[in-house]
Design a protein around this ligand. Structure first.
Ligand SMILES: Cc1cc2nc3c(=O)[nH]c(=O)nc-3n(C[C@H](O)[C@H](O)[C@H](O)COP(=O)(O)O)c2cc1C
Length: 219
């Protein structure tokens, strides 16, 4: 298939748009962050990239702790709102009617209703380009009990949403699990998706409808 190139840009997608809480139980703020990811499994480490102009940057630098609250379709409005209004002018918790829950190991609160929350402690700050990168240890993880089945966190119950270059998407159905390509079902799935794309690329025969003669009727 033909491809086109565009000017270099930050087109990695999908990304999670997360609601990051900073500060403490009394003086806290929420900032929406798209530039985030995992650095290491063991120890579990993450990062967030924050512009120095953000109100949250100051609170983050002072305390060195933050909570990554994963967002869901139900929190889509709150996520967007927290990404366009500044905590320097508005109390986002109050305005959005969000309840603060004390986090287990860090001072910034966890947002009630966030399916999963990662409590983080900063160990280094890197200054790259437009954003400062806060590298952090994940020191505790909590989840809303509504997405548990026994002790298992069920991501398909979380209603997670994704962010892709300015647009939010609801995550659709689960289509596989880690390692499925090595299983029998995975191989079957591959064969059936190959068949489906073959059918798509085979041009359809043009429909042949008998043409009526000029006088309109049959002779
Ligand atoms: C979907 C989305 C993703 C965003 N990602 C980032 C980001 O990764 N880093 C950043 O500094 N700002 C990001 N922003 C912008 C901030 O969230 C926004 O400027 C916010 O109002 C800052 O809040 P504060 O001034 O209260 O800290 C994002 C906004 C949206 C809507």
């Amino acid at each position: 298939m033909a491809r086109r190139s565009f000017k270099a840009g930050t087109l990695l997608a999908p990304l999670p748009a997360v609601m990051v809480t900073v500060g403490d139980m009394e003086n806290s703020n929420i900032i929406t962050i798209g530039w985030t990811g995992i650095l290491s499994s063991d120890p579990p480490r993450t990062y967030i990239s924050v512009r120095p102009t953000r109100h949250s940057h100051k609170l983050l630098s002072e305390r060195g702790e933050f909570v990554i609250n994963l967002t869901s379709e139900r929190l889509a409005y709150e996520t967007d709102y927290s990404g366009i209004y500044t905590g320097a002018k508005v109390d986002k918790f109050e305005k959005l009617g969000l309840r603060k829950i004390p986090s287990e190991k860090v001072a910034p609160p966890t947002i009630d209703g966030a399916p999963i929350a990662l409590e983080c402690r900063v160990f280094e700050v890197l200054h790259y380009g437009t954003h400062d990168v806060f590298l952090a240890d994940i020191v505790n993880v909590s989840c809303d009990e509504s997405i548990l089945s026994g002790d298992k966190i069920c991501f398909d119950k979380a209603g997670l949403m994704a962010y892709a270059h300015g647009e939010y998407f609801a995550l659709g159905k689960k289509i596989g699990r880690f390692g499925f390509s090595a299983s029998k079902e995975g191989k079957k799935k591959r064969r059936s998706s190959a068949r489906a794309s073959e059918m798509k690329s085979t041009p359809k025969k043009p429909r042949t409808t008998p043409r009526k003669n000029q006088s309109g009727g049959r002779k």
